[in-house]
Write a protein that binds this ligand. Structure first.
Ligand code: AHR
Length: 496
């Protein structure tokens, strides 16, 4: 099969914000304990941080890390996670029916972020707490020593403020499962009050309001609209969450997930334009897609009141990795709307990495993320794609190829491609209307015959990218996209 991708250097939607390659670390299951922090493991440093996990995450180049939840945050008392460990109380965690030992808290997280070369994106508890607690946490994190909570931070060994720039005003407050869940009108007031005080203390911070926790919610977009109308002046982002599922075991349908992801982004773009118009405002609000992933195989969410239970330890296969690549493709294509995104989560819990006490397993979903985070740079080019389609159930006629492309000021081009076909390879020609492709600097391909193939502890390298080839003629590149594949093509261009 043949397909063509036409690009033009002037036809773009603006710069990609690298924060779309963010991560998410929640106090849930074995994400923090045994994932990030495991003083007993031979693979940890003297602070108890798993060095193999940090090294693997560095390859994902995550500029931001959302913390400490998730559902966990809506019952969390951050004050119990600071100071001498011997004085920190253990508590039952409502969200995941687990025991929270509080031996890892705000200071450990900041220290870990430093090592992992990422920036904190902190969430505040707007479930069981409110503006006062949020302001205290902001003071603890961002204010110079000389006031009560900032002095506490200094006493705990951290004189310099952490300068956290990005703050989430609660988590999934539209969900009945959420501690302190309230209707939009009430959440909007809570969020606005907390946000006003936080920005009053530090006007360099940016705030993310909770949006709907998914498109399936009855209050989808209405919750967001009410919140945004009320909080318009205080927030810069609204959050969206999505977890893709293949319960019906229909690979063709599942691989059309990109269509649905695009739809969610489109919905929010419309909402932001609408509220902006309503407010007669010059301000722009963007999407923080701060939880996304494939998640449907493991729903074990009951920790049975133990510490670090095995919860949501999803195993990722090839088709899952191809869906993950489509999330990132959608974020890049809509770089004008999506400025922040976080894969949920980073280790053990619905994550690209799994740990044992003395080993690390890299899952399939790691590789598209790694290649895209490394090579995505500059503007997001608007792709003009001509390719065959297929019928993906009620998702309708869907292009066999999903694509995004970026170009930076040095002329470095990156094209990210998913071939959704399960049986056919596709020969794709990439060309520019106003430029020539002058070299191909690399091609990596993740592919396989079996959509259900996955890396396992016994066979950890079954799914790994391999080098591909492309041919360059007359300033055009021709690349072969195998069936069921993700391809990251890099090259350079010169203007005609
Ligand atoms: O990521 C797992 C959970 O999914 C998060 O805690 C919650 O925000 C979402 O429902």
């Amino acid at each position: 099969m043949q397909a063509s991708l036409k690009l033009n250097t002037l036809h773009h939607v603006g710069d990609v914000d690298q924060r779309i390659f963010g991560g998410f670390a929640e106090h849930i299951g074995r994400c923090i304990y045994e994932g990030i922090y495991d003083p007993e493991s031979p693979l940890s440093n003297k602070e108890g941080f798993r060095i193999d996990v940090i090294d693997a995450l560095k390859k994902l180049r995550m500029p931001i890390m959302r913390y400490p939840g998730g559902n966990f945050v809506s019952c969390y008392d951050w004050k119990e996670g600071i100071g001498p460990r011997s004085k920190r109380p253990a508590h039952p965690d409502f969200a995941w029916k687990s025991i929270e030992p509080n031996t890892f808290g705000t200071d450990e997280f900041m220290q870990w972020c430093n090592l992992a070369q990422t920036q904190p994106m902190m969430a505040i508890n707007l479930g069981t707490k409110g503006a006062e607690e949020a302001a205290a946490l902001l003071e603890y994190c961002n204010m110079p020593a000389g006031t009560y909570w900032a002095d506490k931070r200094a006493e705990n060994g951290h004189k310099q403020p952490y300068g956290v720039k990005l703050w989430c005003l609660g988590n999934e407050m539209d969900g009945p499962w959420q501690a302190g869940h309230v209707p939009a009108e009430e959440y909007a007031r809570r969020a606005d009050q907390a946000g006003k005080i936080m920005r009053g203390l530090d006007d360099t911070i940016e705030l993310v309001a909770c949006g709907s926790s998914g498109r399936g919610m009855a209050t989808y977009l209405a919750y967001d609209r009410i919140t945004l109308e009320y909080c318009w002046d205080s927030v810069t982002y609204v959050s969206a969450h999505r977890y893709s599922q293949n319960h019906r075991n229909d690979t063709a349908w599942f691989l059309a997930e990109g269509v649905e992801i695009d739809r969610v982004i489109e919905d929010y773009a419309g909402l932001f334009t609408y509220v902006r118009g309503l407010k007669r405002s010059e301000k722009k609000v963007y999407l923080s897609f701060d939880e996304w992933n494939v998640w449907y195989k493991n729903h074990e969410a009951d920790g049975k009141w133990t510490k670090a239970p095995h919860l949501l330890e999803e195993v990722y296969n090839l088709e899952d990795a191809l869906v993950c690549a489509q999330y990132l493709n959608s974020f890049i294509r809509r770089a004008d709307v999506v400025k922040v995104a976080c894969i949920a989560q980073i280790v053990n819990v619905i994550a690209p990495l799994l740990t044992s006490s003395d080993g690390l397993l890299v899952q399939s979903s790691f590789y598209p993320f790694q290649l895209m985070a490394e090579h995505c740079s500059g503007r997001s080019l608007a792709p003009i794609l001509t390719c065959p389609t297929y019928t993906a159930g009620e998702r309708g006629e869907t292009p066999l190829v999903d694509v995004s492309a970026t170009l930076n000021e040095s002329g470095d081009l990156a094209v990210f491609l998913v071939n959704r076909s399960q049986s056919e390879s596709i020969t794709l020609e990439v060309s520019f209307q106003d430029a020539s492709i002058t070299c191909i600097s690399g091609i990596d391909i993740l592919s396989g015959n079996d959509p259900k193939a996955a890396n396992t502890w016994e066979n950890p390298n079954q799914l790994m990218p391999r080098a591909g080839v492309a041919h360059l003629t007359d300033g055009k590149a021709v690349v072969e996209l195998p069936a069921l594949s993700f391809t990251a093509l890099r090259g350079s261009i010169t203007l005609k």
